[in-house]
Write a protein that binds this ligand. Structure first.
Ligand code: FES
Length: 117
């Protein structure tokens, strides 16, 4: 039987343990390497958000930017992205890939299945 493995792999969830819940204080961010992907993990209002750590403009690390409410400001040219959905504030069709997160037993997991949304 022949089938396209990639189709099935794209639909899978792949939860990767990222950090312990108490390692990241409220309002802070950290850069991680998960499954070979540069990931920015943030904690805002007690919720964890994960997105690619590469700015879609010129790939500057968003982890070196500043967090303003729910916006991460790129350190290179000040583009602003919503950490909840990855959207660029000035043109919503430009997006940073975002990843699902969950907390279980004090550990934070990021879903690296697929390429982010
Ligand atoms: S690299 Fe992020 S705004 Fe230019």
């Amino acid at each position: 039987m022949i089938y396209n493995r990639n189709v099935f792999m794209d639909q899978e969830s792949k939860w990767i343990m990222a950090i312990k819940e108490d390692e990241l204080p409220e309002g802070e961010k950290t850069a991680l390497l998960l499954e070979g992907n540069k990931v920015l993990l943030l904690k805002k209002e007690g919720v964890f958000f994960a997105m690619s750590n590469k700015c879609p403009h010129m790939e500057c690390p968003l982890s070196k930017g500043t967090l303003e409410q729910y916006l991460i400001v790129c350190p290179c040219h000040d583009w602003k992205f919503d950490i909840r959905n990855g959207e660029f504030l000035n043109a919503k069709e430009i997006k940073v890939p975002v990843y699902q997160t969950k907390v279980e037993d004090g550990n934070v997991f990021v879903n690296m299945g697929g390429a982010g949304e």
